[in-house]
Design a protein around this ligand. Sequence first.
Ligand code: PLP
Length: 363
Amino acid sequence: MTLSPPKTQTKQYSWPGLIEAYRHYLPVTESTPVITLYEGNTPLIPVPYIAAQIGRQVQVFVKYDGLNPTGSFKDRGMTLAISKAKQAGARAVVCASTGNTSASAAAYARRGGLRVFVLIPDGYVALGKLAQALLYGAEVLSIQGNFDQALNVVKQMAEQYPVTLVNSLNPFRLEGQKTAAFEVVDTLGNAPDWLCIPVGNAGNVTAYWMGFCQYHEAGNCDRLPRMMGFQAVGAAPIVTGKAVAHPDTVATAIRIGNPANWQRAIAVREASQGEFRAVTDAEILTAYQMLATQEGIFCEPASAASVAGLLKLKDQVPTGATVVCVLTGNGLKDPETAIQQPGQQFHKCIKPELTEVAQVLGF
Ligand SMILES: *Cc1c(COP(=O)(O)O)cnc(C)c1O
């Protein structure tokens, strides 16, 4: 019998980050410098209260991608986009953003030692996201216009100057994001019947579909989900078939009037026999509060569009179906919207005395 030597090395992380975990399925080589914050491997959480709203033995899970390093699924695409930019010798990256892309780009670019420029629409970025971009060290330009206008500028900038675009037009973004579908299948043992997802630029819905199809071809699942995409009523160009000049919704992460991946999203809807529908801000906020108060899950408003959509279409869900709703971002991103919700129990100016505290609480 041989004795193993004492372990002096620090323990290896059990999860190596998504590029290492899914290297075989990603466009990386031995010479790709992997810039990672150990993103991915987010939980698939059962939501029994929401499932009970549907009944008929339907199982509902949320893919809580708000637990990624910068608090949104954007990290999945960014680890690959920044690694590939670095491999190609880039010194700087640029993006337009409703907030989460800028936070993620800033974190990964700085970790990779790159400069990062972000253009955000003036006044429409949730506070947490702006705080992140600034602290990570992005050079932030607030544009007097909306996201679509900011995207036009950064596209031109990437063509004319030595900077790499890391919006979802960058193909490596979608390649990285498709790993969320791999994780869903790895956890469930198969693809779900429905995949409900918020849609803004439609990069993520496209990426999930790529992931499910690739896993299906590899024999890791024997079916494909129907892709159910949800936009906000005030920003629903794919649903109505018409670009929206002045998109408007409380769900700022999907406040997009002219989606960059519009045609691909249509193709995904057709190929998966899915549906794209619009949900109102009121429906989004109801789902947002329901997730928090009934399930203990705090997501940002845009993320709740996936659950709002499922509840809206609940009569269409087949008996016994498995449904996954994607929660794209963390609720802490947007504390202002959280605090503004009605019906909260916040008692102010209470004296530090037991009698008064007990009385307010109804004892
Ligand atoms: C980016 C984002 C979306 C929209 O994703 P698309 O790929 O643009 O459709 C939805 N929710 C959150 C929280 C996001 O950050």
